[in-house]
Ligand binder design. Structure first.
Ligand SMILES: [Fe+2]
Length: 327
């Protein structure tokens, strides 16, 4: 059982998911009716504690700091707990029927040791992921300066993609995909000649044909990064339209990866609300009206709804400054 727990923990990289899995596994392993994982500065993760308020309050007072298991009573329950990690976590089990044995204490100690390793890995993974995103952003920023986009586009769209994806209730994996994809979506422009990329005049049909290759070229580049399959899909499809009139595959509606549907709306919003060489920026209100007008044709209505929610919330907290005449 400890072996199974250890294997399961090895594959989890999100800390809260990790705690939940540990609880479910150890409840089974040690015949407990409920349990909780407490980590300094984080919300308690608990399972099977019906009178949770009271029991959790009692657990908080125990404050186990060491690796030596603690056995005692919490109200009607027999309880067993042990600390893990750098003295900031503890795992507890409770049951009504009988006290915990020495052997059960030893088993929980083993689980706690695995938990400490998994917690360490999860924190390492989080910092590694941050570094990867920073490296990718630097690469995309180099491209941004080449196609004349004003600075800050990547950072702004990345923040907005995260907020909109969370508002849509997407999974943490999908939020992560959206944030990577929005940073990387135009990376394929690296293969488009400057004469086309920076041309201010209207592109000819041949030039458009070359320009339209950038999603595929981007997907080929991103596809080389292991574990980026969903990001690759979003990059490939970021010029698809909800009504099927986009490119390169003329996908429709939900057939377009959700990351791509997010990028198309967020990228359009950011482009509209910032100055470009050929036109002045629209206000937030004007851009929102423009998105609304194209909801259901160019853009996914669910994305526009979430984006509008996020923007209205921003409006409450940081109202957009009125523009001076002539600015
Ligand atoms: Fe693009």
């Amino acid at each position: 059982m400890v072996q199974i727990a250890s294997e399961a923990l090895g594959t989890i990289t999100n800390e809260r998911e990790l705690y939940k899995t540990v609880l479910v596994l150890t409840l089974e392993l040690l015949d407990a009716s409920g349990g909780a994982v407490l980590v300094e500065g984080e919300d308690v993760v608990s399972f099977g504690l019906n009178d949770s308020g009271e029991t959790l309050a009692a657990l908080e007072t125990v404050r186990i700091k060491g690796r030596v298991p603690w056995v005692g009573r919490l109200g009607q329950h027999h309880a067993l707990g042990v600390g893990f990690g750098r003295a900031d976590g503890a795992v507890f089990l409770v049951r009504e029927e009988r006290p915990y044995t020495e052997a059960e204490c030893a088993s929980l100690r083993l689980v706690a040791r695995q938990l400490a390793r998994a917690q360490e890995r999860s924190r390492l993974y989080a910092s590694l992921e941050k570094t990867t995103l920073e490296a990718i952003s630097a690469l995309a920023a180099a491209l941004e300066s080449r196609d004349g986009t004003t600075g800050g586009h990547i950072r702004r769209t990345q923040v907005l993609a995260g907020e909109v994806a969370r508002t849509m209730g997407l999974s943490s994996e999908e939020v992560r995909t959206a944030q990577y994809a929005v940073v990387l979506h135009d990376i394929g422009k690296i293969g488009i000649p400057d004469s086309i990329l920076n041309k201010l005049a209207r592109l000819t049909e041949e030039e458009w044909e070359i320009m339209r290759r950038h999603p595929k070229m981007g997907a080929d580049i991103v596809g080389e990064i292991s574990g980026f399959d969903s990001v690759t899909g979003a990059v490939l499809s970021h010029h698809e339209r909800y009504d099927g009139l986009g490119y390169p595959e003329r996908l429709t509606g939900a057939d377009i990866p959700v990351g791509a549907r997010l990028i198309s709306a967020i990228d359009a919003y950011d482009a509209m609300t910032n100055d470009r060489p050929y036109r002045k920026a629209l206000t937030r209100q004007e851009a929102m009206a423009e998105l609304e007008a194209n909801s259901g044709s160019q853009f996914d209505p669910t994305v526009i709804e979430a984006l509008t929610t996020v923007l209205l919330k921003r409006e409450e907290h940081e109202p957009e400054r009125e523009k001076e005449p002539g600015q």
